[in-house]
Design a binder for this molecule. Structure first.
Ligand SMILES: [Fe+2]
Ligand SMILES: [Fe+2]
Length: 297
């Protein structure tokens, strides 16, 4: 990490390696299917403590984006225009890391990048599933269609999560929490926090929507790098797929989830704007860290 980056976050209780590892371990534990006997007093104590810290973490990320989000329009069509311009001008967009991955990174550099990205992947399918609880019908249907695509439309071989896991296996990637930089852990932890807490449900709709909006570009660059180092079509499938499918996912998410939700209650626009900007800034922090790791600064 550069000295400048270290200084920038030295005042934060949350933007550091120990806290993000702690939050990642807690998320892993609390979301895992378990038994009644696992519900012990120390666990309730830990849950209460971690929920507070998680809230503090998200509030710190919100404070970074609040002013910008407050300037987003709250009328539905104008909000969609604002949201879609994030693709061109949002934080971390068109980072020079990606052309470098496509054209120049060697096999080990691509493997390190993918290990960080895979470790920082909170599971889009589960995030969508948690977010859709009690949403109005039209948005809920869109999240259901998106979720069904994540599930390979019922075909195990088409499920997105296992497709990424397969690539991790093929490349022998190390995705252990303590081998993952805090910026990647923070990205996954922020997404999990917004999807699992109903106070941030609209934030999560915005954050997931901005992933669909911005993933195709990054996926296309990553797929190009993987082809260059000799991976086959089936090995690159996760990235080839998202370079194309998420263009449709983004259009549908904006038309069927964001637009009607904002038309029904304009306050949701500001919350979605915050969620989207939180997600993009978490991504931008990762790209800074990765570039520093590769000596690309
Ligand atoms: Fe996906
Ligand atoms: Fe998608």
């Amino acid at each position: 990490m550069s000295v400048a980056t270290q200084l920038q976050y030295s005042g934060s209780q949350f933007l550091n390696q120990p806290f993000q590892e702690q939050l990642s371990r807690w998320n892993r534990r609390r979301l895992a299917p378990a038994f009644p006997a696992d519900a012990t007093a120390p666990q309730f104590e830990e849950d209460r403590n971690m929920l507070r810290l998680e809230h503090g973490f998200i509030e710190e990320l919100r404070a970074e984006v609040r002013d910008e989000a407050a300037s987003a329009p709250t009328e539905a069509d104008a909000f969609i225009d604002w949201f879609e311009q994030l693709k061109a001008t949002g934080p971390g967009q068109h980072d020079r890391l990606f052309p470098w991955l496509a054209e120049e990174a060697n096999r080990d550099e691509l493997r390190w990048f993918l290990s960080q990205e895979a470790a920082g992947e909170a599971g889009f399918d589960d995030l969508v599933a948690m977010t859709q609880v009690k949403l109005p019908a039209r948005a809920k249907l869109e999240l259901a269609r998106n979720y069904w695509d994540e599930m390979g439309r019922g075909n195990a071989k088409g499920m997105h999560g296992p497709m990424l896991a397969q690539l991790v296996e093929i490349l022998g990637l190390d995705t252990r929490i303590d081998h993952t930089v805090w910026e990647s852990l923070a990205l996954a932890n922020a997404m999990t926090a917004m999807a699992s807490s109903r106070h941030y449900a609209w934030h999560s709709v915005g954050a997931l929507g901005v992933i669909e909006l911005t993933a195709p570009d990054r996926s296309a660059h990553t797929a190009k790098g993987l082809r260059r180092i000799g991976l086959s079509g089936s090995e690159r499938r996760y990235f080839d797929l998202h370079a194309v499918l998420d263009i449709k996912h983004s259009r549908d998410w904006n038309d069927e989830a964001i637009r009607p939700l904002v038309a029904e209650d304009p306050r949701r626009a500001t919350a979605m704007a915050e969620g989207a900007l939180i997600r993009l800034r978490c991504g931008a922090r990762c790209f800074d860290r990765y570039r520093a790791h590769f000596g690309l600064e």
